[in-house]
Design a protein around this ligand. Structure first.
Ligand SMILES: Cc1cn([C@H]2C[C@H](O)[C@@H](COP(=O)(O)OP(=O)(O)O[C@H]3O[C@H](C)C(=O)[C@H](O)[C@H]3O)O2)c(=O)[nH]c1=O
Length: 181
């Protein structure tokens, strides 16, 4: 597995080693020891999530606050997404900046997203199966987010806004300047 740090400190891109043969292929989607060695810290995921999205679905930008903040290991099992991570950490020199990457079942890349980040993705293929591990449980009262088209974040989703599909909840998410801390 090749691991490189993104421009957001602590957010890593994992390129998994794929073993192909006449039957198909195999790859380790998660290896605790290798990830902990990279992080220099322990990681204990407690919840796995799967979402299925059709082309144009945008889920995000989401995060959980305070003690329910989640670190995530995200990957695409089927299809392709544009994945976006926003640095919410006030003491970070990339505070307010975002990192974007294409994740797909083809490139088999995954990203480790540390606590203190907002996360979202846009489905670029007809169907996307998105799978991710979280190191804190879902806690609805701690759910928070930032609206996808916030004028300060200036995220280019590289997709026609008229073709985007968002939940009512996500359309009503606050601006960056009004986000829940
Ligand atoms: C996140 C979550 C949701 N739910 C329930 C709550 C709703 O009734 C339903 C759909 O939830 P939601 O619309 O928040 O799902 P997404 O829009 O995919 O949310 C995710 O979107 C982005 C990409 C993320 O990174 C977050 O982890 C997560 O917020 O599942 C649960 O039961 N457990 C959970 O952990």
């Amino acid at each position: 597995m090749k691991i490189t740090e993104s421009k957001l400190k602590g957010c890593f891109i994992l390129e998994l080693k794929v073993y192909e043969d006449g039957r198909g292929l195999f790859f380790e989607s998660y290896n605790k020891a290798q990830l902990e060695e990279t992080l220099g810290a322990s990681i204990d995921f407690v919840q796995d999530n799967i979402s299925v999205s059709k082309k144009g679905v945008l889920r995000g930008l989401h995060f959980q606050t305070e003690k329910y903040a989640q670190a995530k290991l995200v990957q695409v099992i089927k299809g392709k997404v544009l994945d976006i991570v926003v640095d919410l950490r006030r003491d970070s020199n990339t505070f307010g900046q975002h990192f974007k990457i294409e994740l797909s079942s083809e490139n088999k890349k995954s990203i480790f997203i540390p606590k203190g980040m907002a996360h979202g993705f846009l489905a670029l293929s007809e169907e996307v199966v998105f799978y991710y591990k979280c190191d804190a449980y879902y806690h609805p009262l701690s759910e928070a987010g930032i609206v996808y088209n916030d004028p300060e974040l200036k995220i280019d989703w590289e997709f026609p806004e008229t073709n985007m599909i968002l939940s009512e909840k996500d359309l009503r998410l606050p601006l960056w300047k009004n986000r829940k801390m």
